[in-house]
Write a protein that binds this ligand. Structure first.
Ligand SMILES: Nc1ncnc2c1ncn2[C@@H]1O[C@H](COP(=O)(O)OP(=O)(O)OP(=O)(O)O)[C@@H](O)[C@H]1O
Length: 238
């Protein structure tokens, strides 16, 4: 495949990746792509195009049948099962339906991610409050998810995803359950996180929002990359 820069600067490399499910459904069909460290990229495409499968491969929740995937210098074929948890520590994840613990407060939801990596207990409180302040939720630290608006729930999820300072943030339809105003606010926060150095990959169906953001777009259709606007030319619809 075409090399965009040196391997050292690459965050995500897919080289001729094929993924077929047990049902015989081919979800990714010869996908090659390269995302640099520090990029902000949208992954777009119709339902069933293979977007979630691509994120699951990056997270090593599933494995490719053929081809090579390298994330932040780690060849996923070489990753042993016992190394997967540690590998995922450096990846933040945000979902459409927030996936917050309903019986935990906002503070506890975010602190949970710090506990998982056994972060320094003394510094945990200040780090959690720092990210809650970045997403404008310091005054809601004691609230439960059921007491929050959709936008606030997603901002809590975003705080949880970045509290451990991931090198890579994956977001699967992060604005799917939000109105336009809240969706734009989440996008501005993702941009802020990206400016702080985290590579961001966002799956989105929201064509208006994607166009408004003016970022690189990789489009999938039937498991193939059909367009990548970093390689010249604009995309109109997908
Ligand atoms: N666990 C699975 N077993 C069998 N087939 C699957 C599985 N997961 C996904 N697929 C199939 O693989 C293809 C790609 O699915 P995927 O979820 O990656 O698409 P997507 O682009 O994320 O779609 P959507 O936008 O609807 O979430 C689809 O045809 C889907 O039906």
């Amino acid at each position: 495949m075409e090399k965009r820069s040196t391997v050292d600067n690459t965050m995500i490399l897919f080289d001729r990746v094929i993924k077929t499910y047990e049902t015989g459904q081919k979800a990714l069909d010869d996908v090659s792509l390269q995302i640099e460290k520090g990029e902000f990229v949208f992954l777009v495409g119709n339902s069933g195009a293979g977007k979630t499968t691509l994120l699951e491969l990056i997270l090593r929740e599933t494995e490719a049948d053929q081809g090579n995937i390298v994330v932040n210098g780690i060849d996923l074929r070489q990753l042993k099962e016992r190394q997967v948890c540690r590998y995922r520590r450096y990846i933040g994840m945000v979902f459409q339906d927030f996936c917050l613990f309903p019986d935990f407060t906002v503070y506890e939801n975010v602190a949970f991610a710090q506990r998982v990596i056994e972060a320094d207990h003394k510094r945990m409180r200040s780090r959690v409050m720092e990210v809650l302040s970045q997403v404008g939720l310091e005054k809601k630290a004691g609230c439960y998810p059921g007491q929050l608006s959709g936008g606030e729930k997603q901002r809590t999820a975003l705080a949880r995803a970045v509290v451990n300072q991931p090198v890579l943030l994956l977001a699967d339809e992060p604005t799917g359950n939000l109105d336009q105003k809240n969706a734009e606010e989440i996008m501005r926060l993702l941009e802020k996180i990206n400016r702080q150095g985290t590579t961001v990959l966002v799956v989105s169906h929201n064509q208006e929002l994607v166009k408004y953001m003016h970022k690189r777009q990789i489009a999938l259709r039937y498991g193939r990359v059909i367009k990548d606007n970093s390689r010249g030319g604009l995309m109109y619809g997908f």
